[in-house]
Design a protein around this ligand. Structure first.
Ligand SMILES: Nc1ncnc2c1ncn2[C@@H]1O[C@H](COP(=O)(O)OP(=O)(O)OP(=O)(O)O)[C@@H](O)[C@H]1O
Ligand SMILES: [Mg+2]
Length: 260
């Protein structure tokens, strides 16, 4: 069987805000694909499969994610262990981590025509900060350096399923992903459910601004992957207009459907 490698069609690219001075947007010929979703929603599982599929189809790929910059990820980890920073300082630490990966990985890779797969992006960072009461316009301005991705997928998984997956994977819930730093409940399990509910509320709000393609993350790994592939093919063909808040996707999770 002969495979024809799709040469990504170019689309005008833009930044969400002021961007980064000196970056020639028209030279960024690669594609930026973001997978968002709560802790344990299946992002890594899907991205690993997408990388295999894309590489096998002749596309060079690069992966980025939160807390992965060589510049500050270790220091960020240490700061979190000690729980020593204010929300704003921690937020700026994450923004630094993002900016470092943006300048050193994302932009060079896009310039070289790579497919960049982002395991979370500015939306998670904004949602976390919004839950902690930070000012939305301040955050929008801060993350105005981010290029608008070619597609943003949100893996929507019910909170109960998230608990199961996280416990099966790590045997424990994460302190930060349970919102324990903001004192929502004494018990980490209760706190996780409250915190994930608050995160979902913020994501629903961000959806109205940025537009995400919602995927039912409760489906099987294969079903979700098939959906992602077909949507990414459209991106490569240039048929996808990028994330749009006008989409009629719902972030409501239908608990009744899951019970069946
Ligand atoms: N569609 C699915 N159905 C059932 N289980 C799944 C599905 N996708 C992933 N899992 C399982 O759920 C767990 C979490 O998946 P994964 O590590 O891919 O999620 P993640 O979003 O990357 O999590 P983290 O936030 O910890 O990085 C893993 O044990 C994985 O095998
Ligand atoms: Mg992961």
């Amino acid at each position: 069987m002969s495979h024809r490698v799709l040469v990504p069609k170019r689309r005008p690219r833009r930044f969400y805000g002021h961007g980064i001075p000196g970056v020639e947007l028209q030279k960024l010929s690669g594609k930026l694909i973001v997978v968002e979703g709560a802790d344990g929603s299946g992002r890594s599982t899907q991205i690993a499969r997408l990388v295999d599929w894309l590489e096998a189809s002749g596309h060079a790929t690069v992966q980025v994610g939160l807390k992965r910059s060589t510049l500050v990820s270790e220091e960020l980890e240490k700061a979190q262990e000690g729980n020593i920073l204010s929300h704003r300082t921690l937020s700026l630490f994450y923004a630094t981590d993002f900016a470092d990966q943006l300048e050193n990985i994302i932009l060079p890779a896009l310039r070289a025509g790579f497919m960049v797969l982002a395991d979370r992006y500015i939306y998670t960072l904004m949602a976390r900060d919004l839950v902690r009461g930070m000012d939305e316009n301040w955050l929008k301005n801060l993350y105005g350096i981010a290029p608008v991705p070619d597609a943003v997928f949100y893996l929507n998984v019910s909170p109960q399923e998230l608990v199961q997956r996280n416990l099966a994977k790590n045997a424990a819930l994460d302190y930060w992903e349970s919102g324990m730093d903001i004192g929502l409940a004494g018990d980490m399990f209760d706190s996780f459910l409250i915190y994930q509910g608050k995160m979902l509320e913020q994501f629903k709000h961000l959806q109205t601004i940025y537009g995400f393609t919602m995927l039912d993350g409760n489906k099987s790994v294969d079903e979700i992957n098939a959906e992602l592939r077909s949507q990414i093919e459209q991106v490569l063909l240039g048929n996808n207009g990028g994330p749009s808040p006008r989409r009629n996707d719902s972030m409501e999770y239908d608990n009744k459907a899951a019970d069946q």
